[in-house]
Design a protein around this ligand. Structure first.
Ligand SMILES: [Zn+2]
Length: 110
């Protein structure tokens, strides 16, 4: 049986590995597409590459982060899409609680 600490560590290694994989794939594809379709290929790659990487990081963040409602103390997770578009500070985020439906600066706890 895994402990929580081991799961967190393997999760991190997995994340780092996938970021490296994505970065390598992006670098190779940028080289090929950039050469063949210059400069439009390069611009398209930049948009897809940067957008994809950003979405990947946000998705990873949403999956690992739990928020606590300031109104009712309900703990909940959010989707990557909501994570991406909601305003936030380093330790809180402006969200609607799924339990009491009140909007507020919910505390990031996970
Ligand atoms: Zn609530």
């Amino acid at each position: 049986m895994h402990s929580d600490i081991e799961d967190t560590n393997s999760g991190w290694k997995n994340t780092v590995f996938r970021i490296l994989l994505v970065t390598t794939t992006l670098a190779i594809s940028a080289y090929l597409i950039g050469l063949i379709f210059w400069p439009i290929g390069f611009i398209a790659w930049l948009i897809i590459g940067v957008g994809g990487t950003l979405f990947f990081i946000v998705r990873q963040h949403a999956r690992n982060t739990v928020y606590r409602c300031v109104e009712c103390n309900n703990e909940f997770k959010i989707s990557a899409l909501i994570d991406f578009f909601s305003p936030h500070t380093p330790n809180s985020k402006y969200l609607k609680c799924p339990k009491c439906n009140k909007r507020g600066w919910q505390i990031e706890i996970g």
